[in-house]
Design a protein. Structure first.
Length: 584
């Protein structure tokens, strides 16, 4: 993994860490003496790259339980390559437990990562993440800090099992919850699903946001080839962790900084891979934020829309697929095989963390199961996984996942049933006598970046029990919220601008006809412009969500979904030398 063709351009004297440990002055005396306090000797740091390892392990992050061991593998690799490893704990963002949503704290992790890198004597960094927001959060910070960066993906867990049925996290949770509510399975069955759906450490083994984002990060060029597909318990995972440690030391000597990797062409590759994977809708928000941090200010929904028309879904993995999980994807050839099969849809000349091109990284990869990773002429869905819709309900755009929904809702018009908050919507859908038909459009608003707060994953609105008992399992749903990558159904999400700030969704009323045309990429409410103007004039802003602290700052600086939900004050281009702190 270290036979890079790039030349070594850095000298020991030019290392960033040398500014801390090298000078013969009082400040550096303090740095050296305190390093010795921790048991180090001059031989540990002198003339060697210092590698920061940002580890998002915690006792309450099940996806990263193995990171306590994996960090030792990374350290071993760094030492083997002649570097000094330093573990730097970072915000864990446990998707399963953090309320109201980890999305509220993605930017906090990004700021923490950037400031740790900036303020400490590190020459390069390993980012240890995987659970949904940790990957983009860590990489956002590293892009802005600008030191050589490599990403270590947590990897998916093993497939679940209940009564001989293979379970996929998230996707089968929603499925069997609806079956329980419809009276088709027992409480004992539901307990069995609960006990069998998450059988090992690692991230969701469906094509959720975790596997989507680790694949995107690899396609961008920041992970070793194939690493994003490796299951967390597989023995290749610790081996590649050590290789990651070895490689980052070489990246420092080569001065292989993020600006050389995160080009616009690399961002386009990431979109194409996401579309082919059957990606999470969250890919739009995170990749737009990453691309703009990388200096590509115009990168946005139009880039996704263009490629969604060109790149078919060829990864037959739930929830877009009906059968397979990430373990099957890995054994079928994984991300390298998928990218090799994508052919002309990728710019294979982009530089990666290996020092080689994307094309060189995937050369020789082959597919061992054509049903798991389909040929381009036999996809599971003829277009990309996501579609961007615009219209008078979402002038700045919204997203739907047509690869994982009932196709009869691709063109649909029906009356809206509108809710202003999650508790009232949740109560209503449990009412078996709710006046609702399959043609209705279920709407939840005030769930966007500011309204949620933090844009929670409420967008897969629960199916009304009245419809479940009639045998229905999908309907058109609409929200300014997000949904989990493990979710499915005819859910229109990320409506922008959000209702909480007075976007058009705030003007929609129960009974208004909502019209969606996915092939035409349009979404509209059939309400006259004059009536909308009257409603707009009568609209009043809701009360603030926060009066102090991080939430107060978040509310005042968060951008809308179509802009990546980054903070407005973090928009400067990354890696600028003027951003380096003065060291005295």
């Amino acid at each position: 993994m270290t036979n890079s063709p790039l030349p070594r351009t850095r000298t020991p004297e030019s290392l960033r860490s040398t500014r801390w440990f090298g000078p013969a002055d009082l400040r550096s005396f303090g740095h050296r003496s305190r390093a010795m306090q921790m048991g180090w000797a001059e031989e540990d740091w002198a003339g060697k790259p210092v590698i920061g390892i940002l580890n998002t392990w915690s006792d309450i992050n099940p996806c990263h339980q193995h990171f306590r061991a994996r960090v030792e593998d990374v350290k071993r690799g760094v030492l083997q390559a002649g570097g000094l490893p330093l573990e730097l704990p970072a915000l864990a963002l446990p998707e399963n437990f953090m309320k109201p949503t980890t999305m509220l704290y993605r930017n906090m992790l990004a700021m923490e990562a950037e400031e740790q890198i900036r303020s400490l004597p590190v020459d390069g960094v390993v980012l240890m993440g995987g659970c949904d927001k940790t990957g983009p959060g860590l990489l956002l910070g590293a892009l802005s800090a600008g030191v050589p960066t490599i990403f270590l993906p947590a990897g998916p867990m093993l497939r679940g099992n209940w009564n001989g049925k293979i379970l996929g996290s998230g996707s089968d949770s929603w499925k069997y919850w609806d079956e329980l509510r419809a009276g088709r399975i027992t409480q004992e069955d539901w307990t069995g699903v609960e006990q069998g759906i998450a059988p090992s450490h690692g991230t969701c083994m469906t094509m959720g946001t975790a596997s989507t984002m680790t694949a995107i990060i690899e396609a961008l060029g920041f992970s070793l080839p194939g690493f994003s597909s490796v299951p967390a318990p597989d023995s290749n995972h610790p081996r590649l962790s050590a290789a990651t440690g070895r490689r980052v030391v070489e990246m420092v000597w080569e001065d292989l900084v993020p600006s050389r990797i995160a080009t616009r062409a690399a961002c386009r590759n990431a979109v194409a891979v996401a579309m082919a994977m059957g990606c999470s809708t969250n890919a739009l928000i995170h990749l737009i934020a990453l691309a703009r941090r990388a200096g590509h200010a115009e990168f946005g929904l139009d880039d996704f829309e263009a490629l969604s028309r060109e790149v078919p879904v060829i990864a037959n993995v739930r929830p877009s697929g009906s059968t397979y999980l990430m373990e099957d994807f890995y054994y079928a050839g994984g991300i390298r095989a998928l990218m090799a099969r994508m052919g002309h849809h990728l710019d294979t000349g982009t530089l990666t963390c290996t020092g080689r091109s994307l094309g060189e990284n995937v050369a020789g990869a082959s597919v061992s199961n054509d049903d798991v990773i389909r040929p381009l002429d036999n996809p599971i869905y003829a277009e990309g996984a996501l579609a961007v819709l615009k219209g008078n309900l979402a002038p700045d755009g919204c997203v739907i996942k047509p690869s994982a929904m009932d196709p009869r809702f691709l063109r649909h018009a029906g009356p809206a049933l509108v809710f202003d908050d999650y508790p009232s919507m949740k109560q209503a859908v449990e009412d078996e006598n709710l006046a609702i038909t399959p043609d209705h459009v279920l709407v939840l608003r005030n769930a966007g970046p500011q309204g949620g707060p933090g844009m929670p994953e409420w967008g897969m609105l629960p199916m009304p029990k009245a419809l479940l008992k009639q045998g229905h399992r999908d309907m058109l749903r609409l929200s300014d919220a997000r949904m989990s990558g493990t979710s499915y159904g005819a859910c229109v999400l990320h409506v922008s601008p959000e209702s909480y700030v007075g976007g058009p969704l705030a003007l929609l009323r129960t009974g208004d006809i909502v019209e969606v045309d996915v092939p035409a990429r349009s979404i509209n409410m059939r309400v006259e412009q004059e009536e909308l103007a009257r409603r707009q004039k009568a609209w009043a802003p809701p009360p603030p969500r926060f009066g102090r602290g991080y939430g107060w700052m978040f509310s005042r600086h968060i951008r809308q979904a179509h802009e990546g939900c980054d903070f407005d004050f973090l928009k400067t281009e990354f890696g600028s030398p003027v951003d380096e702190p003065a060291i005295y």
